[in-house]
Design a protein around this ligand. Sequence first.
Ligand SMILES: [Zn+2]
Length: 423
Amino acid sequence: MNFDFTGRLTDHVSQERLAGLVSALAEIGKSDGGGVNRQALTPQDVAARKFLSQIAADLGCEVYRDAAANVFFRRRGTTDAPPVVTGSHIDTQPTGGRFDGAYGVCAGLEMLAALSDAGVTTELPLEVAIWTNEEGCRFAPGSMGSATFVHPELLTSFGESTDSAGVRFAEALADAAAALGEIPLVPLKRTFSAFIEAHIEQGPVLEREGKKIGVVSGIQGVRWFRVSVRGRTSHAGTTPIEFRKDAVLVATELVQQAYVAAYESDTDLRLTVGRFDVSPGATNTIASEVNFTIDLRHPCEGVLDDFEAKFRSWTRRQSPCTISLQELMRHKPTPFSGRVRAALIGAAEQCGEPWQEILSGAFHDSMYLAEHCPTGMLFIPSKDGLSHHPGEFSASDELAWGAKALTLAMYRLANPLLDGAAN
Ligand SMILES: [Zn+2]
């Protein structure tokens, strides 16, 4: 089997079959305006898993589930080595669209169908995963399925998370397990050879640049802080400048300084002050307190460290007000595997469509998988960068180009001897 063969493999990826599957899946939990409301472990989510499991079984795949209700479709290889896995999630936000998450699972099934049509086997087994509760809107936090797969000890604490009706995640899991009962169980934290997630970009870059495929270099790190500035209320008209402890003046100086420093330091640094609360909030009273938030993101931990250190030093300087900083959340940057990126770049080149490297601004299940095995992601364009919205849209040819690149990359990773032979 020579390398030219993989070029013909993409002929077996069917745009019509893939677009048809995305549409059929969107019927399960369909909402007004063409959107989808299929929140994690609801009857709609379970029905969608059964629907996709039947398609995988019809392709000759084995179907498995694990203790977090993650579902896996397995296509045997010529060896029993750990599988090369792709997949994403099929739960949605209440105001979700047809593509976020669902695309990655449908593209994986299209890859399995294309390989069947082409009549080829791979050395390593291939799997398509459906990760439970990525969105985190019914049960917080998000990405519980992939997090539990990589860190099984989390299942106990996640089990106590309740939805707005008071249902515990553990109860919802038990109900799903009963409904999926005929599907055999496999352990959490099984060894994978590699993992690739195909996903819509959820941003405007690929569309703006006219690219069909984004090879994701990593997921940027994020830190959230709450900054509290405490001054003193006094009369707006009668308090001279030197007697004022004006929390708004001090807070706005800090915010302005942070924005200027962020924009000047690095174009990839994302700083957002999204909340700014002033107390007591009266027109003719100097503010006694301002609380504002900072959302800081960058792909390099060092850049985040430097900016945080700089910002902390500003909060310690001489001021008429007291300034304090509280960290609310911190996620390290996730750089993706060089080997998986190389496979995706080779696949994108072979497709012959314009592609580019891109950074993920949002979290994905791949963030956890990257702790477990060599991991990468592939993006396809999102019209107007829209997601978590019924208007979420990617064109059928864009769905197909992503699936073609995915198929080539998966085929390559699942045939390591082929790589050796080609070199
Ligand atoms: Zn998603």
